[in-house]
Design a protein. Structure first.
Length: 309
């Protein structure tokens, strides 16, 4: 149940809240709505707030309570789920109601940078609240599913106390440490791989289309290629950690020839070459830095330096 009369800090009371069956959700975009639905499905008392109140209509019809303002959304429950566009949006929403933050646990599932997550955790603490940073690894369709996962970081005792409630959002609550920036970091690492990989797939589909092939025609090949990547991740991880970029298995100079062939093939087909050209440029920088005889994993050393040769 909600605990409006709560006066202690969120950290002090975390251990008493494991059996709570109520939650507040602030932000009702597709992700926030999916989370509110998941809690309603589990029989929770759900309080919601959104700047555009009409987005809560179907949730209210299912039994959710629409708070008339942010302050009352915050005080309705000790545990508050934040699902907003970014941390600037979070401040815009919460700053007018900072007097209602004391004693709250803010489960901040808003996407942003690790540094901004750390700053937000300090800001929350200044107002008597505790932040658990979260990074949801699935789209709205994956919310509420037992196989889905969310990264969390922040005070361990707070995470442990609320874990059953967090596992409603995704069946797996993956705690990564006390640093409030860690969940955001793991999330962003996943995103850099996801977006870059999907752009590679779009590039392949564009190249296929230019040659009279449909996405369905190359699907099997695309999936087979994607499924080969975990083996490469595993092979290179130990070598990278050991600083071993020797060219005993592959060489950057040969890799450059390969990515140049990719660029020329796309150019010949008349499709956009911005992505393959960017890859070629990175390989050429590696050659210029003297890594031609090394493994193409040596490009990692350039990336660590922020683009410096």
């Amino acid at each position: 149940m909600g605990t409006n009369a709560h006066t202690g800090t969120a950290t002090e009371t975390a251990g008493t809240l494991a059996e709570q069956r109520s939650v507040t959700v602030i932000g009702l975009g597709p992700m926030g709505r999916a989370m509110a639905d998941a809690y309603l499905d589990r029989g929770y008392e759900v309080t919601v707030w959104n700047r555009t109140a009409s987005r809560a209509d179907d949730l209210v019809a299912r039994g959710a309570t629409l708070a008339p303002d942010v302050a009352r959304a915050l005080t309705a429950n000790d545990l508050v789920i934040l699902s907003l566009t970014d941390y600037e949006a979070m401040y815009a929403v919460l700053e007018p109601a900072t007097s209602a933050l004391a004693g709250r646990v803010l489960v901040n599932l808003t996407s942003d940078t690790p540094d901004k997550a750390r700053a937000a955790a300090r800001w929350a603490a200044d107002h008597g609240a505790v932040q658990l940073t979260g990074g949801v690894t699935v789209p709205p369709s994956g919310i509420g599913r037992p196989e889905s996962s969310t990264f969390y970081s922040g005070p361990r005792e707070v995470f442990d106390a609320h874990r059953p409630v967090l596992e409603v959002v995704t069946g797996k609550a993956d705690y990564r440490g006390e640093d409030p920036g860690l969940a955001a970091l793991y999330y962003q690492m996943g995103m850099v791989m996801f977006w870059t990989s999907m752009l590679g797939y779009w590039q392949a589909v564009a190249l296929a289309d230019a040659n009279g092939l449909a996405a369905s025609d190359i699907l099997g090949h695309a999936v087979e290629t994607a499924n080969s990547l975990p083996g490469f991740f595993t092979f290179y991880a130990g070598r990278i950690d050991a600083g071993a970029h020797q060219g005993d298995v592959d060489r950057l100079a040969m890799g450059l020839a390969s990515v140049e062939h990719v660029l020329h093939t796309n150019a010949d087909a008349g499709v956009d070459t911005a992505l393959p050209a960017a890859v070629v440029e990175i390989f050429r920088r590696g050659i210029k830095a003297g890594h031609g005889a090394d493994s193409f994993s040596s490009l990692l050393e350039l990336m660590k330096k922020g683009g410096e040769s």
